[in-house]
Design a protein around this ligand. Structure first.
Ligand code: OSB
Ligand code: MG
Length: 367
């Protein structure tokens, strides 16, 4: 293949329900869609799902735009390739979200050219994947319980709660009391420190499926310490940006579950490698989300069809996030189960008119 043109579309969409984590609050998102065009005329789409501000990872929408247009795309355009993994921008340090959007677009293009579903070219075996939902910090516990009920009614079998100091044991106790059998887990997005170990240990009493990323991304040692003290599995998210990070975390016994995010790992190539490594180590994985629009979410669905994804993934239906999605048809879930598309590429059409109507910035690059 040979990419002869690349386009970036900065698209703005409001969330159905504003979302707050331990680090930030958001009501609308700007994601950058990446469109790669092959010399054959085939097109592959990817999505750069970076938050606007550098509070989840170091990147922002602005840094992604800069790095993608100035470094990642110039390393791809006009270069001949036969497999998307050959396009890895190894020279560029970090900037995983920027790299991920281009890597996904290359995988989708490759699947399109072969007329195969993205899941199939990745080695996916499942025809459907189980989805869970992620619920933000709410102003009150009563409002949280309304959100949980709403998602349980929609059929989702797993609920994850965002926690932070002042919003941890109480909401967990309230939700656990109301839903004794629910598959429930918590995600702190790295807000706690070693001083909080005793408080986090008290969460061990609530039958949580996992405690996700309690400590700062580089603080593997404190994750290992917590895992020694509790029987609830510790799950890593922000700590694992590369397969080498995973290797170190495994060696330190800092995790028992891995959240694999396509964006955080720099794309499907690395996400697939992390899956293989975790599977060899006996670590169950699931696919985390970044409130992706349809393009990024369909890449997450395809990844989740790999055999090691044995826990529910954050691949909820379009309607959980957006009143209208940029893909046609929208992604749907029945009883918390999402079908893995069996059509070529992403398996759904990108709605170009709707994308154009919501675009706030565009750029085309050629050799
Ligand atoms: O840690 O998983 C996270 C959203 C923004 C930043 C961090 C996270 C999240 C989510 C989104 O939980 C979940 C989803 O996309 O369904
Ligand atoms: Mg997380």
């Amino acid at each position: 293949l040979n990419v002869v043109a690349a386009r970036l579309h900065r698209v703005r969409m409001p969330l159905v329900h504003a979302f707050q984590t331990s680090s930030h609050r958001k009501a609308y998102l700007d994601h950058i869609l990446v469109e790669l065009e092959d010399e054959s005329g085939a097109v592959g789409w990817g999505e750069i799902a970076s938050p606007s501000d550098p509070y989840y990872a170091a990147e922002t929408v602005e840094t992604c735009w800069h790095i993608t247009s100035r470094y990642v795309l110039p390393s791809v355009i006009g270069r001949r390739w036969t497999h998307p993994s050959q396009l890895q921008a190894h020279k560029i340090r970090g900037n995983q979200f920027a790299k991920a959007g281009v890597d996904v677009a290359a995988w989708v293009l490759w699947a399109e050219v072969q007329q195969l579903p993205l899941a199939t070219v990745l080695g996916g075996k499942r025809t459907e994947v189980v989805a869970g939902v992620s619920l933000g910090i709410e102003p009150t516990i009563d409002e949280l319980l309304v959100q949980v009920q709403h998602q349980v009614d929609a059929g989702y079998p797993r609920v994850k709660l965002k926690i932070a100091p002042g919003w941890d044991v109480e909401p967990v106790r309230a939700v656990r009391t109301a839903y004794p059998g629910l598959d429930l887990h918590v995600d702190a997005n790295g807000i706690y420190s070693a001083d909080d170990l005793p408080r986090l240990q008290t969460l061990d009493a609530y039958g949580l499926t996992m405690i996700e990323q309690p400590f700062a991304p580089r603080d593997l040692l404190t994750h290992a310490e917590l895992q020694r003290r509790i029987s609830t599995p510790v799950c890593l998210d922000e700590s694992v940006e590369t397969v080498a990070d995973l290797e170190a975390a495994l060696r330190l016994e800092a995790l028992r579950i891995l959240n694999i995010k396509v964006s955080r790992m720099g794309g499907l190539t690395a996400a697939q490698a992390a899956h293989d490594r975790a599977q060899a180590a006996g670590i169950p994985v699931w696919c985390g989300g970044m409130h992706e629009f349809g393009v990024g979410r369909l890449a997450n669905v395809a990844l989740s069809s790999l055999p090691g994804f044995t826990l529910p993934s954050d691949v909820s239906a379009s309607e959980k996030y957006y009143a209208r999605d940029i893909v046609e048809p929208a992604v749907t879930a029945v009883g918390g189960v999402v079908q893995v598309p069996d059509q070529p590429g992403l398996g759904h059409q990108v709605d170009r008119e709707f994308v154009a109507a919501n675009t706030v910035g565009e750029l085309t690059l050629r050799p």
